[in-house]
Design a protein around this ligand. Structure first.
Ligand SMILES: C[S@@+](CC[C@H](N)C(=O)[O-])C[C@H]1O[C@@H](n2cnc3c(N)ncnc32)[C@H](O)[C@@H]1O
Length: 254
């Protein structure tokens, strides 16, 4: 009984971060939903403006180093407007890809884009913390710029581990900790320019302030690798791109 009460208390009081703010977990989920509902129609344009087009190169590279066999079943989590799904489908390896996200507005934008690219891929609402698929189902799970926004990353990693089949792998593309000589210029650009770009082009400064802050609160390369290992992933590794502005983490379920 005592244990049950303790667990309840922990659940009720669990805190997390929304950018630099410390808030209850439930509230973070709602706030992240508001961010992506607000930016959905301008999401792709903003990505290109903020990264100077680099995000397309990172995503292409990310999908090219996946090296998964033909006919693999791939779950792309937090897919948003579907860039990763499109890149995977372009490989013509007869992958069975699922375009998923917790946010319907982002999925709608993604589905329009998938159709524009002539890709027939199912879109479905899916919370990375509660994946609606059976255990041992996927050969590969991808998540690009999504994990940072998930409220409880530990739960999401455990769920991803569950739905992967033995031998399957998780591949994460996410902002990470930049190489220290770049920190000053990177911080200055991020804190001074990005929210202003958000104000001008997406009419939403706050969401882009959240973006900048959420990157700083995300676990660094080594911490994320350890978090993956804690949930059972093996042969984990990471690769920095663009001086660690982003990193690709991989891990296997055996
Ligand atoms: C920055 S976007 C990334 C979209 C896309 N993967 C890309 O690389 O352009 C982050 C996405 O994570 C989604 N998201 C946030 N929390 C989530 C969760 N718990 N489960 C699934 N998706 C989530 C948001 O709705 C949003 O579409």
């Amino acid at each position: 009984m005592k244990q049950v009460l303790k667990e309840r208390l922990i659940t009720v009081n669990d805190k997390t971060h929304f950018g630099f703010e410390s808030i209850d977990e439930d509230l973070k989920t709602k706030k992240v939903k508001n961010v992506f509902e607000s930016v959905a129609t301008r999401y792709d344009l903003m990505n290109t403006l903020m990264s100077g087009g680099l995000h397309k190169i990172w995503k292409k590279y990310f999908t090219q180093i996946l090296t998964i066999k033909n006919n693999s079943k791939i779950l792309d989590l937090a897919s948003g407007t579907g860039d990763i799904c499109i890149e995977l489908a372009k490989q013509n390896k007869n992958f069975k890809i699922f375009h998923t996200d917790i946010n319907i507005k982002m999925l709608e934008q993604g589905q329009i884009k998938l159709v524009d690219h002539g890709k027939i891929i199912p879109s479905l609402v899916c919370d990375a913390e509660k994946i609606p698929f059976q255990t041992n189902y996927f050969d590969c799970v991808t998540i690009a710029f999504g994990l940072r926004n998930v409220t409880n990353k530990r739960k999401a990693l455990a769920e991803i581990f569950r739905v992967l089949s033995p031998g399957g792998k998780l591949v994460i593309l996410e902002f990470s900790k930049v190489w220290s000589p770049l920190t000053k210029i990177y911080d200055s650009f991020s804190f001074n320019i990005l929210p202003k770009l958000g104000k001008i082009f997406a009419k939403d400064q706050k969401s882009y302030q959240y973006l900048v802050e959420s990157i700083r609160m995300h676990p660094d390369q080594k911490t994320l690798k350890t978090m993956m290992e804690n949930e059972g992933f093996e042969k984990t590794s990471f690769l920095n791109l663009s001086g660690g502005i982003v990193a690709i983490h991989q891990g296997y379920k055996f």
